[in-house]
Write a protein that binds this ligand. Structure first.
Ligand SMILES: Cc1cc2nc3c(=O)[nH]c(=O)nc-3n(C[C@H](O)[C@H](O)[C@H](O)COP(=O)(O)OP(=O)(O)OC[C@H]3O[C@@H](n4cnc5c(N)ncnc54)[C@H](O)[C@@H]3O)c2cc1C
Length: 281
């Protein structure tokens, strides 16, 4: 059962920040698909819920030449169906589409997925490999946070009192960028990730960026790898980096041993897929 709380539909980012800063029992609601589950399960007891879904400026989805902007109120289905996103960064559309059901994705947002800060958040690995940044409005100031600095622990971010994420920005993908997202889950259909991995390969810079989820307290971006040598050798470098950077645990979805066994398999497939059309490969 949901505990009682007041509900406000904010009309501006300023109003949302002011209300959030005024009370320490206030929370932001976007799609509510994480928040309301936690409230129903008694894990959180907000007394004021501030809905940001109706703030016009947060509904912007704007892939321009230099930078792509995804507003905090954009639902996952709208993102995944966006033609430029599907064509240029298919991994982002794939990750969005892997979250929950169609009905859920009509409400759930990309920003909510990040702010919830689950180690298994499906959008996080892709956005880490794309060098995304979060635009954040506070009661006094605006700031920009690189996604690699955003997660500080399980369900923890570096957001401070009264801060609201307004959008996510991604540098416009360079010509020929290849992106891939893989997710291992317990069942077909919708489920949280046992392990998720994402990668991007820039054929001009010849660099490979890989990130891993559900294998550490936060999603992890590995050190970028130079894509020189055989695909098999590159894959082994990535596997080695991942083994050094992760610390899988056992939970309801899988044992630590299973995660340790699956991770290299997914990473080898990921590297293979990313580099399959590499000239000279
Ligand atoms: C049945 C079901 C299946 C699911 N499947 C998956 C899955 O496969 N993969 C996966 O990764 N997740 C899954 N989820 C979790 C959830 O749907 C996603 O994380 C979703 O993207 C959350 O977005 P939201 O807009 O609903 O967030 P909300 O629930 O509205 O918010 C989540 C958290 O972020 C905060 N927040 C939201 N927006 C802002 C903002 N603009 N500024 C500051 N803080 C903010 C909220 O206060 C809250 O703490 C599932 C959930 C359910 C119920």
């Amino acid at each position: 059962m949901l505990g009682a709380f007041d509900y406000v539909r904010a009309r501006s980012v300023e109003e949302a920040c002011r209300l959030l800063a005024e009370r320490d029992d206030a929370v932001i609601l976007a799609g509510g698909t994480d928040l309301l589950v936690e409230v129903r399960n008694g894990l959180r007891e907000p007394k004021l819920v501030i809905d940001v879904k109706a703030i016009d400026e947060l509904a912007r989805l704007d892939p321009s030449d230099e930078e792509w902007m995804i507003g905090a109120a954009v639902p996952l289905n709208r993102l995944a169906e966006h033609r430029a996103i599907r064509e240029s960064v298919p991994a982002l559309a794939d990750a969005a589409l892997s979250i929950g059901t169609y009905q859920l994705r009509n409400r759930a947002t990309l920003v909510g997925n990040l702010c919830n800060a689950s180690p298994a958040a499906d959008a996080a690995p892709v956005l880490l490999t794309l060098d995304a940044k979060l635009s954040v409005a506070g009661p006094k100031d605006f700031r920009t946070i690189p996604i690699a600095e955003f997660f500080t622990g399980v369900k923890r971010t570096c957001l401070t009192d009264g801060e609201v994420v307004t959008d996510i920005r991604i540098p416009a993908p360079p010509q020929g960028l290849k992106t891939v997202f893989f997710k291992q889950q317990r069942i077909r259909g919708h489920d949280l990730a046992v392990v998720n991995v994402a990668g991007s390969y820039d054929p001009t810079a010849k660099t490979l960026k890989v990130a891993v989820g559900s294998c550490a307290p936060t999603p992890v971006l590995l050190e970028p790898t130079e894509a020189t040598g055989s695909t098999a050798a590159i894959a082994e470098r990535v596997v080695e980096l991942a083994e050094g950077a992760t610390s899988p645990i056992s939970d309801v979805r899988a044992s630590a041993e299973y995660r340790r066994a699956v991770l290299p398999v997914l990473l080898r497939r990921l590297v293979d897929r990313l580099l399959s059309e590499r000239s000279g490969a």
